[in-house]
Design a protein around this ligand. Structure first.
Ligand code: CO
Length: 277
């Protein structure tokens, strides 16, 4: 196995989205605009209701996939096709927006901690106009396994003999939530040639080939190789590990639409405005 080195570490950018939800954008910033096929990663974490109660009222998407992974709190999803889902701690929603969806994502709590991630993953030209699809997975449907001392939740992709809960995604993603006790190490295969990153969200984690630990709230981008090795700091560490196959097509994006050309973006706006989603 050749271990993937860390080639960059970024801290993310404080911002707000939706109707004023405060969050930290880890990917999709001027510092790290994208990591093909990953377009965006937001980490929302607050125990102050003013930061999240306004939620994400009705808004459209076209041309890519949105993934929500909840760590704490509850969020309700509704869309214009009548789908409805409640996301609790540890659950995942993988939405393939395809040709178009108009949805809302609203908190279902009035106080307490709201914590999770939203990830955007691109679709290739041939699937941008596909029928929308949901994979809603409650926490108990996500397989967990031990890798040495590490506890691993397998959201997508393969970990040992375990196949992740989310399946049949074009970019063949690996999405793991890894919890490592203090001082313990973890090594995991990551397909060579796939883009890969880890975002620490508790404690600190040292990755091979990087001189200092990646702290909670930091994202590490990996260079190529076929495995990742992590060692937790003295307070332990927890991180999400993502990898996926690059699409290598032109990207034209504006707000909630991600297409290949400017003309397709204009068409997306026109279709949305005239109610053709
Ligand atoms: Co959305």
């Amino acid at each position: 196995m050749s271990l993937r080195p860390v080639v960059r570490v970024v801290r993310g950018m404080e911002t707000s989205d939706g109707a004023g939800v405060r969050l930290t954008r880890m990917l999709g910033t001027p510092e790290l605009p994208d990591l093909d096929p990953f377009l965006m990663l937001d980490n929302f974490k607050s125990d102050s209701p003013d930061d999240y109660l306004a939620g994400f009222p009705d808004h459209p998407h076209r041309g890519f996939e949105t993934v929500t992974y909840m760590l704490a709190g509850a969020m309700e999803h509704r869309d214009h096709r009548g789908n409805r889902g409640l996301l609790g701690p540890g659950s995942v929603q993988w939405m393939t927006a395809g040709r178009g969806i108009v949805h809302s994502e609203m908190p279902r709590q009035e106080n307490g901690l709201m914590w999770g991630f939203q990830l955007w993953i691109n679709l290739p030209a041939k699937l941008k106009m596909c029928e929308p699809r949901y994979q809603d997975l409650a926490a108990d449907r996500i397989p967990e396994r031990s890798v040495g001392a590490a506890k691993v939740r397998v959201i997508a992709g393969r970990s040992g003999d375990i196949v992740g809960a989310v399946q049949e995604i074009y970019t063949d993603p690996l999405f793991l939530d890894v919890a490592l006790p203090a001082g313990e190490s973890f090594e995991h295969a990551v397909p060579a040639g796939h883009s890969a990153f880890a975002c620490a969200f508790e404690g600190a984690v040292s990755f091979d080939g990087h001189p200092w630990p990646v702290q909670a709230g930091q994202l590490a981008v990996f260079g190529d190789g076929d495995a990742v090795k992590a060692t937790a700091g003295e307070d332990g560490g927890r991180f999400i590990l993502l990898a996926a196959q690059p699409i290598k097509e032109p990207v034209a994006r504006y707000g909630p639409f991600v297409m290949n050309t400017r003309q397709e973006l204009e068409q997306a706006f026109a279709d949305f405005r005239s109610g053709r989603f």
